[in-house]
Design a protein around this ligand. Structure first.
Ligand code: MRU
Length: 344
């Protein structure tokens, strides 16, 4: 059995997702700088998973720190938090997890006690995430009927989270409830999270999965082969606009045109009441080589202009429902996410 990420007392271990599906390689980081680099370079990716990785990285920095005076220790840890906050800008779960760690640092009065608390908090964030995903699955599977074919985009699975997954958690839950489900996984250019990771995860679970190129999605929707689309999210603004992997917006329009329900599954840590709408979400721009090369093979002329935004924003009006661990927001364009502010 594989795992996304694990706390090993003096190291943070994670499956190197860049190597999938060809090799299952685990990295064991004993230095927090390497954990930050692992987030930046996509060894670990997916909004909840990078939040957990940052929390574990901060805990690792604390455990390894030689600083004895509490105020120096606190300053050092806050600098570590800043480093993790600079790794990726779009997924709000990263900042949510860092804030949980910062709260502990800011009220600390004793170095050793603070170290223990930071380790416990990182483990707790991880454990909670798995439980949250199971709850999302419980709420979400009701939208997936026996015999449905579900389209998904990018990877919002076990490997994007502490385990089980959000969008793939809903699919897993439907299967666990005895429903016959087929999945169409879009490959998700340029980084191929759908082909390399979602297809790998679902195939390992024995779930009936068909891999398609992104530009085939409309074709299968038009033929009536898709009953619903379910995706994860990196940040959901107060009005329900949702940032997710680049191409999600296109899928939402295709779904709308074909009257196919479009669901977003995400934990409350992805809801960002401080961001009013999708226009205010920072979209990460990644290295153009991710577009110019596929698995090390150059596929575009040298010197051509290339753009590589990693995320796009799906307007709330294209979303049928947002499925969280505290319940479902149907028609978020009408209600925003305000109904769940209080339980965050
Ligand atoms: O660039 P990535 O691979 O981190 O992007 C991941 C996604 O867009 C996921 O759909 C999102 O983080 C939700 S993961 C439960």
């Amino acid at each position: 059995m594989y795992y996304t990420i694990q706390w090993d007392e003096t190291a943070v271990s994670m499956l190197d997702q860049r190597m999938l599906p060809v090799q299952e390689v685990y990295r064991h980081y004993t230095n927090y700088h390497d954990v930050a680099d692992a987030i930046r370079s996509m060894v670990v990716r997916g909004a909840p998973a990078i939040g957990i990785a940052a929390a574990m990285g901060i805990a690792l920095a604390a455990v390894k720190s030689k600083t004895g005076a509490i105020n120096d220790f606190k300053s050092e840890m806050l600098r570590v938090c800043q480093l993790f906050a600079s790794t990726r800008p779009t997924a709000v779960n990263l900042f949510w997890a860092i804030n949980r760690m910062k709260n502990i640092i800011e009220r600390a009065e004793d170095v050793e006690k603070c170290k223990n608390e930071l380790v416990s908090e990182a483990k707790k964030i991880h454990q909670e995430d798995i439980e949250i995903n199971k709850k999302i699955g419980e709420y979400g599977h009701k939208y997936i009927e026996d015999g449905f074919t579900v389209m998904t985009y990018c990877n919002a699975g076990a490997l994007a989270t502490g385990g089980y997954g959000t969008a793939l958690g809903v699919i897993r839950s439907a299967v666990e409830h005895g429903k016959q489900i087929k999945v169409y996984a879009c490959e998700t250019r340029p980084y191929l999270q759908g082909a390399r990771i979602t297809a790998w995860e679902l195939f390992k679970d024995g779930i009936d999965t068909t891999l398609i190129c992104d530009n085939m999605a409309g074709h299968f929707m038009k033929k009536g082969e898709i009953h619903c689309v379910i995706v994860g999210a990196d940040r959901i603004a107060a009005n329900g606009d949702t940032a997710n992997k680049i191409g999600t917006y296109t899928m939402s329009i295709l779904a709308k045109v074909h009257s196919i329900p479009f669901y977003v599954a995400a934990p409350l840590s992805t809801l960002d009441p401080d961001t009013p709408d999708g226009n205010s979400i920072v979209i990460e721009e990644r290295n153009i080589d991710e577009v110019a090369y596929i698995q090390g093979v150059q596929i575009a002329p040298e010197g051509i202009f290339i753009k590589n935004p990693a995320f796009d924003v799906t307007p709330a009006e294209n979303i049928t429902a947002i499925i969280t661990e505290h319940g479902v927001i149907e028609n978020p364009a009408a209600t925003g996410i305000a109904s769940l502010f209080g339980v965050r």
